[in-house]
Design a protein. Structure first.
Length: 353
């Protein structure tokens, strides 16, 4: 006997609560897993919960999205996916009424200058709105699943034979990117170990197994070795609205060293990492994530710990002027182009949920 509608809704709320608990506990490895799970849940909300019009659905997505975002504020991929789904709903609503949500840029500018911009009434009932929304969300899931491969496909355009590449931490996107280039190019990779978590050692092991000449260095040796490096290629947790990065701790050190030696800094980041948020220096609690200082200083050093306050942040902020190029699943762009990508991916009304 197939499950009833109330049973489906009950299962969905249980899935959402489980996801929120996992976010609070930090059980996820990487932004991709968080983004993928978020979109799957949002698609289930569209499918299983009863709604009468686009406005009601958007309010529902906002409410559940806000709950998920509040569970782990530093995990921006959740908010990004909520905004993408809200944009999809707006586009499908506009399309069902015979209009294009994006419109002609020149016409939009003309309307803006004449202050004739119209606001849509999303409370209007539209027949058969659900199937195209679910189909569009399915396309978004496909985009997420193929993003790493699409970035890796561009590797040969940026990595040439006998180059020395430097990276830090363990980014799955960068790992796929380097392995993609290694199929046809011979080059050397220098990996900073990224203390105190030592994720760089994991990446170095993986690259060495793939036959790439890999060297691990301490974080303190980055500046000394940078003069030999042709390119710096790093991953990131989030691309901020101004083109800056929220990347693994130690990335800012590497970016400053690259700038000093005029070495190009390339960032591999899929579009789901692009956030309309800005970094505020006074708001470190919302921007950063702090973990146990056990990795920095053991609890056995009780006497010293009692006299010191130790913070162990996970992320660094890298300003846009230190970044040369972003490589995403839709191509390469300069940091100054991020504002344009934001306008294509998210609706201005959804920047603040």
């Amino acid at each position: 006997m197939p499950p009833t509608e109330s049973e489906k809704v009950g299962d969905l709320h249980e899935k959402i609560d489980t996801f929120i608990n996992e976010l609070k506990q930090g059980n996820f490895q990487g932004s991709y897993t968080v983004a993928h799970r978020t979109v799957i849940i949002l698609r289930s909300i569209v499918s299983h919960i009863r709604w009468k019009n686009a406005g009601e659905l958007m309010e529902l997505i906002r409410r559940e999205g806000k709950r998920m975002m509040d569970a782990q504020p530093s995990e921006t991929a959740v908010g990004n996916m909520v905004r993408r789904v809200l944009k999809i709903i707006r586009e499908e609503f506009a399309g069902s009424r015979g209009r294009n949500e994006e419109g002609d840029p020149q016409e939009s500018l003309h309307k803006l200058l004449r202050a004739e911009a119209q606001t849509d009434d999303y409370s209007l009932p539209i027949q058969n709105l659900k199937p195209p929304i679910i189909e569009a969300i399915g396309e978004l899931i496909t985009e997420l699943e193929t993003s790493a491969d699409n970035i890796a496909a561009q590797a040969l355009e940026h990595i040439h034979s006998n180059e020395i590449i430097m990276t830090t931490g363990k980014s799955k996107t960068v790992e796929t990117f380097l392995k993609g280039a290694a199929k046809k190019r011979i080059f050397q990779v220098i990996v900073a170990e990224c203390a105190p978590f030592y994720q760089g050692q994991e990446l170095a092991t993986s690259l060495a197994k793939a036959g790439i000449h890999t060297t691990v260095i301490t974080d303190s040796a980055i500046f000394a070795v940078m003069s030999r490096v042709n390119k710096v290629i790093i991953g990131t947790h989030t691309v901020m609205a101004n083109g800056g990065l929220k990347a693994v701790n130690g990335s800012h050190t590497m970016a400053l060293a690259a700038k000093h030696h005029s070495t190009p800094l390339i960032v591999c980041a899929a579009m789901f990492k692009l956030s309309p948020q800005y970094m505020c220096s006074h708001d470190q609690d919302a921007f950063n994530r702090f973990v146990s200082p056990q990795d920095v200083m053991k609890f056995s050093e009780g006497e010293i710990l009692a006299k010191a306050q130790i913070q162990n942040p996970v992320f660094d902020y890298v300003p846009p002027e230190l970044v040369t190029l972003y490589i995403s699943n839709i191509g390469g762009n300069a940091p100054s182009y991020v504002y344009r990508l934001l306008s294509e991916l998210y609706h201005p009304d959804d920047h603040e949920l």
